[in-house]
Design a protein around this ligand. Structure first.
Ligand SMILES: NC(=O)c1ccc[n+]([C@@H]2O[C@H](COP(=O)([O-])OP(=O)(O)OC[C@H]3O[C@@H](n4cnc5c(N)ncnc54)[C@H](O)[C@@H]3O)[C@@H](O)[C@H]2O)c1
Length: 327
């Protein structure tokens, strides 16, 4: 059975849908601080907090878990700069509790949600797994710290792991049952959709003087179901005895902020109010992934690489749930 830590969140809930479809028994561990019980759609929930070791001990005692997927974290880069303690406590100390509980329970397989933020300002593009790691925020640093911690736990306890470094997770369940609903919403596509719906006064464009064709930042958007598929492939990899690995996951194509806004305008059929704002510190001009290693070793390839499809799926859910899950 797979333990899905943070399974009530955006990526975790889509993962659970795929696990249900694949007939993979699983249980979600989540404190529902950011996640949504409505997004579980039948996946069983164990309510608990990573920062409480007794909760972890109990979930491993009550369920026969053989593999863990770890999604739970605080995820806002800007907030992590203002409140580093909160981020290190949840994203590093929380994972340490999880690893110790896994060792105690004899569970030796983990899939970990890492991020492009571990690389900092790119020295070359596309970014492959060997690119130097120089995170520019406590958020990115917390994820890099865990990657290093995992190496130590493998040496000492034989715990094997796959770190999946997502670039910009985006889109929604193609069946329209699940979507992205963060509070506050710091991700571009849902923020543009909220502005399109009049739920936000305007979408803010942070920086229009970057060295890019239209002056705005370029990012690599990867469909949420493609990310979920990569997790299934990673579980297979570990079950078949594969060694610990890390993989960068993206489309290999970059879109600027203005291109994303134009795509949303085409999909929703109306103009989106926009507001130009200063650059945010630590935001590189371009982030584009090389996923060649995941293609080679996991046989993974994005099924929905097209930005228009990613936006259309996100819009399908959002227009049916203008106030999010609770609305
Ligand atoms: N969304 C992206 O674009 C992106 C990109 C790169 C990496 N990631 C990583 O992917 C993971 C999932 O991201 P998301 O967008 O689904 O985030 P999310 O906030 O939607 O989901 C996180 C879930 O974890 C739960 N959680 C947080 N702290 C917890 C704790 N102490 N105990 C129990 N549950 C806890 C929350 O309630 C929530 O349900 C995160 O680790 C994030 O760093 C996300």
């Amino acid at each position: 059975m797979i333990l899905v830590v943070g399974g009530a969140g955006y990526i975790g809930s889509h993962m659970c849908k795929l696990l249900r479809e694949a007939g993979e028994p699983h249980v979600v561990f989540d404190n529902l601080e950011q996640g949504h019980a409505e997004a579980l759609l039948g996946s069983p929930l164990f309510e608990g907090d990573l920062r409480t070791p007794e909760d972890l001990e109990r979930v491993f005692r009550e369920h026969s878990i053989d593999t863990v997927m770890h999604f739970a974290a605080y995820i806002a880069v800007g907030e992590s700069v203002a409140a580093p303690g909160r981020y290190y406590r949840n994203n590093v100390f929380g994972v340490l509790n999880l690893l110790e509980a896994m060792v105690h329970a004899g569970v030796k397989r983990l899939i970990f949600s890492s991020t492009a933020a571990i690389f900092g300002n790119p020295q070359y593009l596309p970014i492959d797994e060997e690119h130097p790691k120089a995170p520019t925020s406590p958020y990115g640093d917390s994820k890099w710290a865990v990657e290093r911690m995992l190496a130590a736990f493998e040496t000492a306890h034989g715990l094997r792991s796959v770190c999946l470094r997502y670039f910009n997770a985006a889109g929604a369940d193609p069946d329209g049952l699940l979507g992205e609903d963060h509070h506050p919403e710091t991700h571009l596509i849902p923020a543009v959709l909220l502005a399109a719906l009049g739920k936000a006064p305007a979408v803010r464009i942070f920086g229009t003087d970057y060295d890019t064709p239209d002056g705005t930042c370029i990012r690599d958007y990867i469909h949420i179901m493609d990310l979920a598929q990569a997790h299934l492939a990673a579980v297979r990899w570990l079950r078949e005895g594969g060694p610990s690995e890390c993989f960068n996951l993206g489309n290999g194509t970059g879109y600027s902020v203005r291109e994303v806004i134009r795509t949303v305008e085409r999909v929703v059929g109306r103009p989106v109010p926009q507001e130009e704002a200063p650059r945010r510190s630590g935001d590189p001009a371009r982030l584009i992934a090389s996923s060649a290693k995941a293609e080679r070793l996991l046989g993974w390839r994005p099924r929905y690489p097209d930005l228009e499809t990613i936006v259309a799926h996100a819009w399908n859910w959002r227009r049916a749930h203008p106030n999010g899950y609770s609305g």
